[in-house]
Design a protein. Structure first.
Lengths: 248, 287
């Protein structure tokens, strides 16, 4: 891949507390049209890395250069389902950063939001209350919100967790569409199987363990260092199982 | 013979009370929607209670109640932030401790023999005691709060929807929540004269909570909340006139009745989130 470089990050350390950096040693370059899995256990620093790229982290040593707008797609489980908005209202929020505070949302913003919804295949759900959509549909609405931000870089936080199989396929198809349109996409995931489907993988467990194409980056040794005690290696290293504990 | 609809408002006192509740409805309605969406109803209650010592002191010294209320608010905010700074004290405990202490101090002050017989007015309000100057002050503050709500509409919506992702669309959760608390304090200041220290929360929270049971989009929720708050205010004045009840208490009761009616009439809770997967196992072929 030899596209235009959209992200160049050399982060020595970053975190919320200057004395206890949450991540260190990141060396990342992402070009246009590249899909990068950010693989690591819960608490491994995936969201912190995203925040560092967004410039939202209080303590950051090193350099981050991003070309073009950058948008963040949060986990659907965190957004409120009782909030009085429909799908189109949520996507319109993506137009807020470019809209001066004294201007109302107008037809241009709504049109952009409609086009973004159509790109994720939800043109027909524009007026459906957000809370009444399925988990996969909500994920696509949030991706549409990022598209409405007119960003070339998208950071997706666990976009496939808690999403059923047909929705997973739809989200992956949207990611392919983004790749073709020259976006750079980072996908946080703890699922090794999913990580193999993308162009490159960044393995992260408080520090960068490896970064490169999945076939060379995802070695048993890298996985062991990425997942530590959560990784159970079976059959003499032929099979690796990650037991993910969800906090409830 | 006077029409039973216009008859309660045939005097200047009642006319001023009517204008006052219209102003209060216009500002408490939309503000309340945000207070409920941000789950800050407890803060609304606390802010109102925390200003009691300021109100009593103002009554003792003979300065305008609004001034005392403003002073009380500043002390309450400082007390909450000081208590909350102590390690191991949660913010809800900080609010509870600071506000109860202030309310107790206010009650002690109010028992002083020098306090004019206006304690009831401080606690329960008196929309019929509103002067033309009070009205002007209320209207000015209300216009300022409404203008701020208009200007902050987008950050308020983005942060309430998802605080984690709001910064990436230009809305800082910290400053947005702080701005909402300041607007809540200003609104409480506007409303405390008419509704009193104990009842002001009713007109902020009840109509908004009812509106949110009916409306499925923000503009509808904000508009309906204004309508219901005004209905509560005006309805309360009628109840007060015909049943010879205290006006502030009547308004609070009618606002509450509107909320209770919304429970069976409003639509039931929206669809619950799908259950999240429990412990998952991800198997893969090692290389």
């Amino acid at each position: 891949m030899s596209g235009e470089e959209l992200i160049r990050a050399e982060i020595r350390e970053a975190g919320y507390d200057a004395l206890q950096p949450a991540i260190r040693g990141i060396d990342l370059s992402v070009v246009a049209g590249e899909l990068v899995a950010v693989l690591g256990p819960n608490g491994g620093g995936k969201t912190t890395l995203f925040r560092a790229l967004l410039g939202e982290i209080p303590h950051r040593r090193g350099s981050v250069r991003v070309a073009g707008g950058i948008a963040y797609v949060p986990q659907t489980e965190r957004s409120r389902l009782d909030f009085p908005v429909n799908a189109l209202d949520v996507v319109v929020m993506g137009t807020y950063p470019k809209l001066p505070w004294y201007r109302r949302v107008g037809s241009a913003e709504r049109e952009l939001a409609r086009r973004s919804l159509a790109r994720v295949g939800l043109a027909g759900e524009a007026t459906t209350p957000y809370g009444a959509l399925s988990g996969g549909q909500r994920q696509r609405v949030l991706i549409a919100r990022a598209l409405a931000q007119d960003a070339r870089i998208l950071l997706l936080d666990e976009p496939l967790s808690g999403v059923d199989r047909p929705s997973t396929e739809r989200v992956l198809a949207i990611l392919d569409d983004l790749r073709r349109s020259g976006c750079a996409v980072l996908i946080a995931t703890h699922d090794i199987q999913q990580a193999r489907r993308f162009d490159s993988v960044l393995c992260l467990n408080r520090e960068q363990i490896a970064c490169g194409p999945p076939e060379s980056a995802l070695t048993s040794e890298v996985l062991e260092r990425t997942y530590g005690a959560e990784l159970v290696v079976l059959d003499g290293g032929e099979r690796a199982v990650v037991v993910q504990h969800h906090a409830h | 013979m006077l029409d039973p609809i216009t008859e309660p408002f045939s005097h200047g006192i009642a006319q001023r009370a009517l204008v006052e509740v219209l102003v209060l409805g216009a500002v408490c309605g939309p503000l309340g929607v945000w207070v409920v969406l941000y789950r800050q109803s407890y803060a609304a209650e606390s802010i109102a209670h925390g200003m009691l010592p300021g109100l009593v002191l103002a009554a003792l010294v003979g300065v305008p109640l609004g001034l005392g209320a403003a002073g009380g608010l500043i002390v309450a905010a400082a007390a909450i932030s000081l208590a909350g700074r102590e390690r191991g004290v949660g913010s809800d405990a900080a609010v509870a401790v600071a506000i109860t202490a202030l309310f107790g101090a206010g009650a002690l002050l109010a028992l002083a023999p020098e306090v004019p017989a206006r304690l009831g007015e401080l606690l329960f309000g008196d929309p019929l005691g509103v002067t033309a100057t009070d009205l002007l002050a209320s209207a000015a503050l209300a216009v300022a709060v409404l203008a701020a709500l208009y200007a902050l509409h987008r950050p308020l919506a983005a942060v309430a929807f998802d605080p984690q992702s709001a910064p990436s669309i230009g809305a800082g959760p910290g400053r947005t929540e702080l701005a909402l608390l300041v607007l809540l304090a200003l609104t409480t200041l506007v409303a405390v004269q008419a509704l009193g220290n104990l009842l002001v929360v009713a007109l902020i929270v009840a109509p908004a909570a009812a509106a949110l049971r009916f409306a499925s989009r923000l503009p509808a929720a904000l508009g309906l909340s204004v309508a219901l708050a005004i209905a509560g205010g005006v309805g309360g004045l009628y109840v007060s006139h015909y049943l010879k009840l205290a006006a502030g208490a009547s308004i609070a009761l009618v606002a509450l009745a509107i909320f209770v009616l919304s429970l069976p009439l409003g639509r039931s809770a929206r669809r619950r989130p799908e259950s999240r997967p429990g412990p998952v196992e991800v198997a893969t072929q090692g290389s």
